[in-house]
Design a protein around this ligand. Structure first.
Ligand code: DX5
Ligand code: ZN
Length: 231
C-alpha cells in the first residue's frame, strides 16, 4: 500500500480565512479536504453546509472535497452537496432509513460514496452494500468535535475492515477520522488505513495560515508513513 492520502479536517481551520487555509494546506502536500457537516441533531454541534463547499470551489480549490455528513436525515442534502462540488460524500448508517438508497443517490449524483462507522457501530452494515461504497470511514472518536483522543479499539476494527476490503478485491479507500497525530499515524497505517483525516493535528496549533507550519506537519506525517510502511 503506497498511496496514502492525507485529509486535513477544516473543522479545526480558521473559518474566517478558510480559502487561504485550504490553499496553504494543499500547497503543503495534503491530498484531500475533509469537510465535516454537523447538524446539532445527529451530533451535538453545528458546522458548515453546501454553500461553504461551493465557496471553496469558487475560490479555486481543485483538490477532492471529502464531505463527511453527520446529519439526519441524509438524503435531502446529498444532491445539494453534489452540486456544490463534493467529491466524496459519506454518511453514518444510523442516520439513514434506507442505506442502500442513500448510497445509490450519492453515486447517481456523480460523487463517490462512503459509509461512516462510529466506534460502537458494527462493520456488518457493509454486508450487502460493499459493492456500493468507494470509501469506508472508521471514526476513531465519537463524532461531533475535533481535538479528542484516538480510541485504541479502532486499530482492531481497521484490521477487520482492511481484510474485508482486500478479500472483496474492490477499490475502496479505508479512511480513519479522529485523534490522528504524528505519533500514532504509523500504527494506524500498519493496521490498514490508507486515508488519514487530521484536524487538530494539522490546524490546531494557533498558527493559522502559516504555510511553513503546514509544510512541516505534512512532511512529518509522510515520514511516519514511509517509515511505518518499510517495517
Ligand atoms: C469529528 C470529525 C473529525 C474531526 C477530527 O466528528 O469528524 O473530522 O475534525 O478532528 P481531530 O483530528 O482533531 O480529532
Ligand atoms: Zn470527519
Amino acid at each position: 500500500m503506497s498511496d496514502f492520502l492525507i485529509a486535513p479536517s477544516i473543522l479545526s481551520a480558521d473559518f474566517a480565512r478558510l480559502g487561504e487555509e485550504v490553499d496553504n494546506v494543499i500547497a503543503s502536500g495534503a491530498d484531500i479536504v475533509h469537510f465535516d457537516v454537523m447538524d446539532n441533531h445527529y451530533v451535538p454541534n453545528l458546522t458548515i453546509g453546501p454553500l461553504v463547499c461551493e465557496a471553496l470551489r469558487k475560490h479555486g480549490v481543485t483538490a477532492p472535497i471529502d464531505v463527511h455528513l453527520m446529519v439526519k436525515p441524509v438524503d435531502r442534502i446529498i444532491p445539494d452537496f453534489a452540486r456544490a462540488g463534493a467529491s466524496y460524500i459519506t454518511f453514518h448508517p444510523e442516520a439513514s432509513e434506507h442505506i442502500d438508497r442513500s448510497l445509490g443517490l450519492i453515486r447517481e449524483s456523480g460523487c463517490k460514496s462512503g459509509l461512516v462507522f462510529n466506534p460502537a457501530t458494527p462493520l456488518s452494515y457493509l454486508d450487502y452494500v460493499l459493492d456500493k461504497v468507494d470509501m469506508i470511514l472508521l471514526m476513531s472518536v465519537n463524532p461531533g468535535f475535533g481535538g479528542q483522543s484516538f480510541i485504541p479499539a479502532t486499530l482492531d476494527k481497521l484490521r477487520q475492515a482492511r481484510q474485508l476490503v482486500d478479500d472483496s478485491g474492490l477499490e475502496i479507500r479505508l479512511e480513519v477520522d479522529g485523534g490522528v497525530k504524528v505519533d500514532n499515524i504509523a500504527e494506524i497505517a500498519a493496521a490498514g488505513a490508507d486515508t488519514f483525516v487530521a484536524g487538530s493535528g494539522v490546524f490546531g496549533f494557533g498558527e493559522a495560515s502559516d504555510a511553513n507550519h503546514y509544510d512541516s506537519i505534512i512532511r512529518k506525517f509522510r515520514q511516519q508513513l514511509v517509515q511505518g510502511n518499510s517495517i
